[in-house]
Design a protein around this ligand. Structure first.
Ligand code: ZN
Ligand code: ZN
Length: 210
């Protein structure tokens, strides 16, 4: 009944793209596909996994640049999930213009998630936490049973997300971390958008920004 995680480091900003696998059903969800990646497709194929879902923590370009490519593999549309408050950012190319280029992310996500929602993967599920601060519609996907949380650019190993970009808000970031992430069990593993994984307990004790 448990799930496992495969990490792929992709793209120029070294993003973590996570493949989350429900071991029993072999259903998989891809979190924040940063770039097109043959490596991920090969992994899916050689492990006979069924990619069912693309989960977006937030719409910054480095987290969504691979969505269009993965979404339309093998003539089968893979549904994309994201929070409605990041739709403007998505449609504007994920902030790419601020970095000197223009990303066209493709059609809007297929379904919009909200705080508290449960998204099934096999017999497991992800619980959605709305965790704004780095962007308005930033969410964290929590797999409670396996004590895992995919937290995008909200909190990193001994770091926190930027709030100086146009969609950032420092007060929101701190309350998202304190009220949503730090109320999870301490042994919950945090899988951030960049850098090493960590845990709730480690960041509570040793994160210098908090
Ligand atoms: Zn970001
Ligand atoms: Zn990022």
């Amino acid at each position: 009944m448990s799930i496992s995680v495969q990490t792929f480091i992709l793209g120029p900003i070294q993003n973590n793209t996570y493949l989350v696998i429900d071991e029993e059903s072999k259903q998989a969800a891809l979190v924040d596909p940063s770039t097109p990646s043959k490596q991920v497709l090969d992994y899916l194929e050689s492990n006979t996994l069924d990619l069912r879902l693309i989960l977006i923590t937030h719409a910054h370009f480095d987290h969504i640049s691979g969505v269009h490519w993965f979404r339309n593999r093998n003539n089968r549309a893979i549904p994309v999930a994201m929070h409605a408050l990041d739709l403007d950012l998505w449609r504007d190319g994920g902030g790419s213009k601020d970095f000197g280029f223009e990303l066209k992310p493709g059609a809007d996500p297929d379904f919009l998630v909200s705080d508290g929602q449960r998204i099934p993967l096999g017999k497991n599920f992800f619980r959605v936490l709305h965790t704004p601060g780095h962007s308005f519609g930033h969410v964290t996907y929590v797999a409670d049973h396996d004590r895992m949380a995919f937290c995008g650019d909200l909190i990193f190993h001994h770091g926190i997300g930027r709030t100086d970009l146009p969609v950032g808000n420092e007060a929101d970031l701190f309350s998202s971390i304190r009220e949503k992430i730090f109320t999870l069990p301490e042994d919950t593993i945090l899988y951030p958008g960049h850098g090493d994984k960590t845990s709730v307990g480690e960041e509570k004790a040793n994160n210098p920004f908090l």
